[in-house]
Ligand binder design. Sequence first.
Ligand SMILES: *[C@@H]1O[C@H](CO)[C@@H](O)[C@H](O)[C@H]1NC(C)=O
Ligand SMILES: *[C@@H]1O[C@H](CO)[C@@H](O)[C@H](O)[C@H]1NC(C)=O
Ligand SMILES: *[C@@H]1O[C@H](CO)[C@@H](O)[C@H](O)[C@H]1NC(C)=O
Ligand SMILES: *[C@@H]1O[C@H](CO)[C@@H](O)[C@H](O)[C@H]1NC(C)=O
Ligand SMILES: *[C@@H]1O[C@H](CO)[C@@H](O)[C@H](O)[C@H]1NC(C)=O
Length: 199
Amino acid sequence: MASKNERVNPEVQSQSLRRKKIMKYSLYAAAFVVFQTIVITSFALTVMRIKNPKFRLRNTVVEDIVYSSNTSTTSFGMRIHAEVTVENTNFGNFTFENSTVTFAYGGNTVGEVFIARARARARSIRKIDVMVDVSSNNVSSNSNLGSELNSGRLMLTSHGRLNGRVQVMKLIKKRKSAQMNCTMGVNLMEREIEDLNCK
Ligand SMILES: *[C@@H]1O[C@H](CO)[C@@H](O)[C@H](O)[C@H]1NC(C)=O
Ligand SMILES: *[C@@H]1O[C@H](CO)[C@@H](O)[C@H](O)[C@H]1NC(C)=O
Ligand SMILES: *[C@@H]1O[C@H](CO)[C@@H](O)[C@H](O)[C@H]1NC(C)=O
Ligand SMILES: *[C@@H]1O[C@H](CO)[C@@H](O)[C@H](O)[C@H]1NC(C)=O
Ligand SMILES: *[C@@H]1O[C@H](CO)[C@@H](O)[C@H](O)[C@H]1NC(C)=O
């Protein structure tokens, strides 16, 4: 009976049409809200999530290596050429301040290299060539340096920290830092660095 009424009564028909229209637009509105939410959420999870860049050492070459380990002297010296990398995965540039990378043996500083302020562009790796002269002058004599030199393998570490900020799209600036913590074994006979490991 009702369907018959609808067909004949134009007022009822237009009411039902309006209801259908409202439903259609509500669905569009809901779909739009869901879409916007997805866009904003994925934006927040990728572009806006700012991470600390990675600060590492690689491609090391050792030259002019000297060492001695006898009853009167235990010492070493060498020149290390390497590439320092700043890996910035953010969607904004990372601008960092002047800094130094320190090389150490058994906690004693054996060499230092200056890293000038610079910028690692968004989603890229900045490579900086460095050269550092390493010497055991500051190593305390009571360390087990002698036995390590006799073993033919010297363990060194390198540490550094770049302080700076990441800027995304002119509006977001966030202070971030990149930290270097590497260990390496210098093979004294082969005159090369083995097992370079950066965290
Ligand atoms: C110990 O080694 C140094 C450097 O190689 C050398 O000048 C010195 O004569 C050596 N001393 C002894 C006692 O062998
Ligand atoms: C950074 O190092 C440069 C030399 O490369 C120097 O001219 C400048 O004054 C330093 N900046 C700061 C803030 O220390
Ligand atoms: C040894 O220590 C002195 C004083 O602490 C410092 O000025 C020098 O740079 C150090 N040498 C090395 C190779 O680190
Ligand atoms: C990032 O740095 C490059 C130059 O290295 C510059 O052209 C660009 O405008 C910078 N982007 C922002 C957002 O600062
Ligand atoms: C790096 O070394 C420093 C000092 O040795 C330490 O405080 C820091 O936790 C280390 N960071 C990582 C990521 O291992």
